[in-house]
Design a protein around this ligand. Structure first.
Ligand SMILES: Cc1cc2nc3c(=O)[nH]c(=O)nc-3n(C[C@H](O)[C@H](O)[C@H](O)COP(=O)(O)OP(=O)(O)OC[C@H]3O[C@@H](n4cnc5c(N)ncnc54)[C@H](O)[C@@H]3O)c2cc1C
Length: 476
């Protein structure tokens, strides 16, 4: 009797899952997830991602059981575990969806060739991008193609090609049963949850899994999408979709998101078009990030703009880095963002830019340090998006903010958090400071300060550190 293995990786969903669709027409189906953090090398998932993964695997198992199947969990070296499972179940076919991080692409390629050499049929699909990274290319000459480095040109090319519609991969009503006796670990055996339970804030904010992802998409389209272009810049309100961790783990796919958003715009008969377009464009940035990391495989650690290779970053900065990580810089908006991150595993995009600019420009700490901290603490930590975000802010990326664009956290706060609601929420030491001083409490007259004694003074002068950064740029 034919057995197919469905190897689930970054596609933890049952709807619009091409590998599942390819695999499910068989007599016996073995859905497996293999925990092998060593495969990702230096980018093994961080603590917040592990928390998410635990919950997402639990949800996926529950969903699979409703369809007459279950999730087989294994741990160890991917190749060995797969070969062992193939022997155990007498499997003749394996289906998976591609991942695009450089190290994983190489590992998949080797594995595929090895399996095919032993007579196993391998079928690979795309579940996580609108376009695979090699599908969109410039044509600098008639006989050559090259990757894009500028977002607007890249996105224009995507739109000209036409965003893919939703393929007909609805959630199956039933799945073939597993062969008898296939053993599985339990999610708790993988040791993904923190030993010291710091995750209460994460529990409060998120519902990992496909059901949670669809609920978020629907709530966003229903309540916030029509205001997206303006509301997305306001950290005090839930103006964005909050889909990033769901997209990262593949609990929902970009095709589903784009299709649902376009459908919403269509139903509004043109009224919400520009807002929805702005939202879909952000999905475009996610695509662009994957395009860049695929074509420039060392851009997770090396500046894309080679001019920055010898940039005079500071060498000794441990205490300053620690203050930034803990949200104790004395700059209210930066501290609010870093505390939101620590508490909820997520930070608003505008505040990510401001906190990153403060670290790389005002403090002159290498962007790779910030990227590593985000990697460990974000529930949506994603190598492509994180590398693009940090390189963009540091000014050394392909299509980056110019280095001399240094975010002023006071002016940014006054513009995007005018009443200081976001700061007050995350920095309670400042809750009594009047709105006009909330982003620069050090400048309030003593009678009006209201700053709790345990809040630190600014760790650096914003104006002088800006000048120092510009001088470093001229020298670098
Ligand atoms: C320094 C820095 C680091 C970042 N690190 C990450 C990361 O590790 N993982 C991550 O998913 N995003 C990262 N981003 C991008 C962005 O901040 C988040 O994707 C966004 O805040 C997620 O919230 P949302 O889902 O509500 O976004 P929405 O505004 O609702 O956008 C919808 C989706 O589009 C994608 N998207 C939105 N903005 C961007 C962007 N600038 N670049 C790439 N994709 C985008 C995300 O998948 C997001 O879920 C980073 C940005 C910066 C400046």
């Amino acid at each position: 009797m034919s057995t197919t293995i469905l190897w689930l990786r970054r596609d933890l969903r049952l709807t619009d899952n091409p590998a599942l669709e390819a695999a499910r027409h068989c007599r016996r189906l073995v859905p497996v997830y293999i925990h092998d953090p060593a495969l990702s090398g230096r980018w093994a998932p961080g603590a917040a991602s592990n928390w998410w993964l635990h919950r997402s695997l639990t949800a996926l198992d529950r969903d699979l059981r409703q369809l007459g199947s279950r999730l087989v969990l294994r741990a160890g070296s991917t190749g060995e575990v797969l070969r062992e499972l193939i022997r155990e179940c007498n499997a003749t076919r394996i289906c998976w969806n591609r991942r695009y991080e450089p190290g994983l692409v190489l590992a998949d390629r080797e594995l595929k060739l090895g399996l095919q050499a032993t007579g196993v049929e391998v079928q690979c699909s795309n579940a996580s991008l609108l376009f695979e990274p090699w599908e969109i290319a410039r044509k600098p000459r008639a006989d050559a193609t090259a990757p894009y480095k500028v977002f607007t040109a890249y996105w224009r090319a995507c739109l000209e090609r036409g965003l893919p519609g939703m393929e007909a991969h609805p959630r199956p009503a039933k799945l073939p049963a597993l062969p008898g006796g296939v053993a599985s670990l339990r999610p708790t055996d993988l040791g993904l949850l923190p030993r010291v339970r710091w995750d209460a804030g994460l529990q409060q904010h998120w519902q990992p899994g496909e059901t949670g992802a669809l609920a978020r998409l629907n709530a966003f389209l229903e309540n916030n999408a029509l205001d997206y272009a303006g509301a997305r810049e306001r950290p005090a309100i839930a103006g964005t979709s909050g889909l990033s961790p769901h997209l990262h783990f593949g609990e929902i796919g970009p095709r589903q998101v784009v299709h649902a958003a376009q459908w919403r715009a269509h139903n509004l008969a043109g009224n919400g078009g520009p807002q929805i377009e702005a939202f879909i464009r952000e999905i475009g940035w996610r695509e662009f990030a994957h395009h860049l990391l695929f074509h420039f495989p060392d851009s997770d650690r090396e500046p894309l703009n080679h001019r920055f290779r010898g940039f005079p970053w500071r060498k000794k900065y441990a205490d300053d880095l620690n203050a930034w990580q803990r949200g104790r810089t004395g700059i209210p908006l930066v501290d609010a963002g870093m505390r939101q991150l620590w508490h909820s595993g997520w930070m608003h995009n505008r505040v990510r830019m401001i906190a990153a600019s403060f670290l790389t420009k005002n403090l002159l700490i290498p962007w790779q340090e910030g990227a590593a901290w985000f990697w460990d603490t974000l529930v949506d930590a994603d190598l492509a998006n994180n590398s693009l975000g940090w390189q963009w802010v540091a000014g050394c990326g392909a299509d980056a903010a110019p280095y001399f664009r240094i975010f002023n956290p006071v002016l940014q706060g006054e513009k995007f958090d005018p009443e200081g609601r976001y700061v007050r929420r995350w920095v309670p030491e400042l809750s009594a400071v009047p709105a006009r001083y909330i982003h620069k409490p050090w400048s309030a007259p003593p009678s009006m300060q209201g700053i709790r004694a345990d809040y630190p003074p600014p760790m650096i002068d914003l104006g002088r550190s800006r000048e120092r950064a510009l001088a470093a740029y001229r020298q670098g």
